[in-house]
Design a protein around this ligand. Structure first.
Ligand SMILES: Nc1ncnc2c1ncn2[C@@H]1O[C@H](COP(=O)(O)OP(=O)(O)OP(=O)(O)O)[C@@H](O)[C@H]1O
Length: 521
């Protein structure tokens, strides 16, 4: 029954903001359009469509607001006017009563609040759509008092989210069926992605683990502080971490007045991000200004403070190679290589013609070279590249879309801090080092080290495997085995020649040296 009421309410909100028009704009059945137009008589639809979508999402509640925020970064899918408007969405969620937060904490730890914390601030510091944060003090394992931030998940989040997601899936089906334009937005896939995103954010142990990993990765860089997690106090619904003290990154004037080197801060942001991407393949993917602060503490002055680890991205070696090679080929204007890279990645249908893809990529990239390199946005470039590839049915991996969105955030932030920030020159050394590492002796040694234990285990098993192979392939396949053995014999001979030759050469040199020392010649 509640589902029915909620569905009717959603329909009413969509209707009130004239969103039925958008859904039905490409609808062929005239009766449907006519009916909608008749009942829409008297509505004021003068506001632009982006604004109407934003207002509708705000009326539908926090999960829909979150959905709009996530979608605002999907500039590869949405038109600019809509994504710009969605970016204005703010979590205007009232905090939940502190008694409820306390009840959640006590239920999670099965202990009274006074037995967990030395003190607990009932007034929350921040309240968002998913969680609320309170400051507190704990005694750590060494008995030291530590200031902490306690993140508590909103009550009944899981059931609220599941109900709203159910309705979103239903709406996605309508959009998919009723509108050709809507179909292009891949509504079902988008909702499925959002479903995963929300469920990931709902497990605070997962978030704490990501934070711990990032803290370890970033430790030697000395550019960013990440709160320590107190594992004895981390549960799926409650997370306790070191309390950080910094100035929000968007208070630039305050930072400048305190003596922070703002252009350096902008460069450091890019360095941190590219280290996470190209060195570690593990990056913070929710880099909005609310999650970034700067330390004014004399011991860590001018360093970033990173918060909120609900969304992180991981990249494989293949992803990193794709990025590094694409960026490098792009700056050499080698569009053929960019097209080939897409084909080599295996994400393009076999039938795709390289020359057509190359020419589409050229028309995306070439206009960029009219402006100075420092003005080029890598995030925007990637986005255009992904949009172009989609036309050729290239399946872009979700982790790369996440990376592209984060890149846009980082660039936005960097340029806000320093309009002269030369992103390419800051990023270039990372790409070059990465490319060099991929082909240099370091990589060979690393691969040998990684594969060594596997081969050491396999080597003694080879005779047994050979016998088994001979037994099972006794008939018919003997020629292949013989060829294999012959090949192996040849390799052995070559290896022995090299080894014995090498040893003989070295011995000869040693003997020569000795003879010279003894003045035998
Ligand atoms: N370790 C911390 N030390 C100090 N303040 C913190 C800490 N963690 C969170 N906060 C404060 O709480 C706010 C919200 O935290 P966080 O971003 O993790 O919550 P959220 O519910 O995921 O919010 P959103 O998803 O909207 O960013 C932060 O902007 C910051 O002001």
């Amino acid at each position: 029954m509640r589902r029915l009421f909620r569905s009717v309410f959603i329909l009413w909100v969509l209707f009130r903001y004239g969103l039925d028009e958008l859904v039905l704009s490409s609808q062929q059945a005239p009766w449907l359009k006519r009916t909608a137009r008749t009942i829409s008589w008297g509505r004021d639809l003068s506001a632009p469509r982006g604004q109407r979508i934003r207002l509708a999402l705000e009326s539908l509640g926090p999960i829909f607001v979150k959905f709009g925020q996530v979608m605002s970064t999907r500039r590869d899918l949405l038109p600019v006017d809509i994504s710009d408007e969605l970016a204005l969405l703010q979590d205007r969620v009232p905090p939940f009563p502190s008694e409820v937060a306390v009840a959640i904490i006590e239920k999670a730890f099965k202990r009274k609040l006074e037995d967990i914390f030395v003190s607990f601030e009932h007034q929350p510091v921040a309240s968002a759509s998913i969680a609320q944060v309170h400051f507190a003090v704990i005694k750590d394992r060494d008995g030291r008092l530590r200031d902490v931030a306690v993140k508590v998940l909103r009550p009944d989040m899981l059931s609220v989210i599941d109900k709203d997601l159910d309705l979103m899936r239903m709406m996605a089906n309508w959009v998919d069926r009723l509108s050709d334009d809507g179909k292009r937005l891949k509504p079902r896939e988008v909702v499925a992605e959002f479903d995963k995103y929300l469920h990931d954010e709902l497990d605070l142990v997962r978030e704490a683990s990501s934070a711990a990993q990032l803290r370890r990765n970033m430790a030697d860089l000395d550019l960013v502080l990440i709160p320590e997690m107190f594992w004895d106090y981390c549960m799926p619904t409650v997370m306790v971490m070191e309390r950080m003290r910094g100035v929000p990154i968007n208070q630039v004037e305050r930072l400048r007045a305190a003596g922070v080197d703002i252009p350096k801060l902008a460069r450091d942001g890019v360095t941190i991000f590219f280290t996470q991407v190209f060195r570690d393949g593990f990056f913070h993917a929710d880099m909005h200004p609310g999650n970034i602060q700067v330390s004014l503490d004399p011991a860590t002055f001018g360093r970033y403070i990173s918060l909120d680890f609900g969304i992180v991205g991981t990249l494989t070696e293949v992803d990193k190679e794709y990025l590094a090679q694409n960026f490098t080929a792009f700056f050499r204007r080698d569009y053929k290589r960019v097209a080939e890279l897409h084909i080599e990645s295996g994400w393009v249908p076999q039938t795709t013609r390289v020359d057509e893809l190359e020419s589409a990529i050229r028309s995306v990239c070439e206009p960029y070279f009219d402006r100075p390199l420092k003005e080029i946005s890598l995030g925007f470039l990637l986005m255009r590249l992904f949009q172009t590839s989609r036309r050729f049915q290239v399946e872009i991996q979700p982790q790369l879309v996440l990376l592209q969105k984060t890149l846009l955030n980082i660039e936005g932030l960097g340029r806000q801090l320093d309009p002269d920030l030369d992103l390419w020159n800051t990023a270039k050394p990372f790409l070059e080092k990465w490319m060099l590492d991929q082909v240099g002796p370091k990589k060979l040694f690393q691969q040998l080290r990684n594969e060594g234990p596997r081969y050491a285990k396999l080597l003694p098993e080879i005779p047994r495997l050979m016998v088994e192979f001979l037994q099972t392939h006794r008939r018919g396949r003997n020629d292949e085995v013989l060829a294999l053995l012959l090949e192996q014999k040849k390799t052995n001979r070559l290896l022995s020649t090299i080894v014995y030759g090498g040893v003989g050469f070295v011995l000869g040199l040693v003997v020569l040296q000795i003879m010279m020392r003894l003045r035998l010649f």
